[in-house]
Design a protein around this ligand. Structure first.
Ligand code: ZN
Length: 84
């Protein structure tokens, strides 16, 4: 859809990220091996085509977010670990 997500630092994104972190109590929802549990990032569960839908966003620690490859821009395999 929009390419505006590529920067990852729009006002709308910062606001949404804060909302997701608060919803998930700043706890990592991915819990991969090596997880720090303290969420400071927001992970795109289905890739960035759903970038503005909180349903597909989950709080994630830096370790897990990087481990899933989210920052590289390609879509990671869905991780069906989070139940909504
Ligand atoms: Zn984690």
């Amino acid at each position: 859809m929009s390419r505006s997500w590529e920067g990852g630092s729009t006002r709308a994104w910062r606001k949404l990220r804060a909302w997701v972190l608060n919803r998930d109590s700043h706890r990592c929802q991915l819990r991969l091996p090596g997880c720090t549990t303290i969420a400071t990032h927001v992970h795109h569960l289905r890739g960035k085509q759903h970038g503005d839908d909180p349903t597909y966003l989950a709080a994630a620690c830096a370790h897990c977010n990087l481990a899933t490859g989210d920052v590289s821009g390609h879509d990671p395999a869905p991780q069906p670990r989070t139940r909504w």
